[in-house]
Write a protein that binds this ligand. Structure first.
Ligand code: NI
Length: 246
């Protein structure tokens, strides 16, 4: 299979001068966004000198930003190549849903009896915004905020922290799959049914809906990965359109 040309970062970022004290954070969030929305595709090497030159900074903040992105799973270090953008959908995506399936129903169960009208109104506002959202970063953020609004009264900060971390991971592979798999509308209906059950304080229905919501996403990714294996198509050819996240 012919190799695609290796993309360069100069096509993604306009050279700029970055104040030294902001450099690490600015570079981290600029790279993060560009990786997540697909402007920097998987397998792109991220060279420290190139990034430093583009942002008009020394290599030190670049190195720190890359280290942070590595710890977030967005890139990995390869011998001779240095930092390389990680493929965004993999077994890891399925594992994320596996963990969410363990943690989120418990958080919802703990939180449900204590949800206030304000909490429910905030969850509902996220669903309204989700309908209008188009870009994957916004979709992922609103989905995360919707779920977290329902769990926030769980009274276990550590549990919520773990869940939020899994939800943040999801932004990485979000743009790849859900609309392609036709589950965008399904996710929307799931969310509304879930909110409805939470409003009426129906614990068993809410938990069943949440479990179904997450297992369907896990299944969809499983099928998607299996199809990809069959087609032997590179991850870079996956659809770019974002669907509604789980
Ligand atoms: Ni969801």
């Amino acid at each position: 299979m012919p190799r695609k040309p290796i993309p360069t970062l100069s096509g993604v970022f306009t050279p700029t001068e970055t104040p030294a004290h902001l450099a690490r954070d600015v570079i981290e969030s600029a790279l993060r966004e560009a990786i997540m929305d697909g402007r920097i595709p998987p397998e792109t090497p991220l060279r420290q000198e190139e990034i430093a030159a583009l942002f008009g900074v020394s290599r030190m903040p670049v190195r720190e930003a890359l280290r942070r992105l590595e710890s977030q799973g967005l890139l990995h270090i390869q011998p001779y190549k240095g930092a390389v953008v990680t493929a965004l959908i993999s077994q890891d995506a399925m594992d994320t849903y596996g963990v969410r399936l363990l943690l989120e129903p418990e958080a919802l169960r703990l939180s449900l009896p204590h949800l206030s009208d304000t909490d429910l109104a905030e969850a509902s506002a996220r669903l309204i915004a989700l309908r209008k959202a188009r870009d994957s970063a916004t979709l992922a953020r609103l989905n995360r905020e919707f779920h977290m609004a329902l769990y926030r009264r769980a009274g276990n900060a550590r549990l919520l922290y773990l869940i939020e971390q899994e939800l943040e991971q999801e932004e990485r592979f979000l743009r790849f799959h859900l609309s392609a798999m036709g589950t965008g509308h399904q996710a929307r209906d799931d969310h509304e049914a879930l909110l409805d059950a939470a409003r009426s304080g129906d614990e068993s229905r809410a938990l069943a809906l949440l479990r179904r919501h997450l297992s369907q996403a896990e299944q969809a990714i499983r099928h998607y990965l299996a199809d990809q294996d069959n087609a032997e198509s590179p991850a870079g050819d996956a659809p770019r359109t974002a669907g509604e996240p789980k």
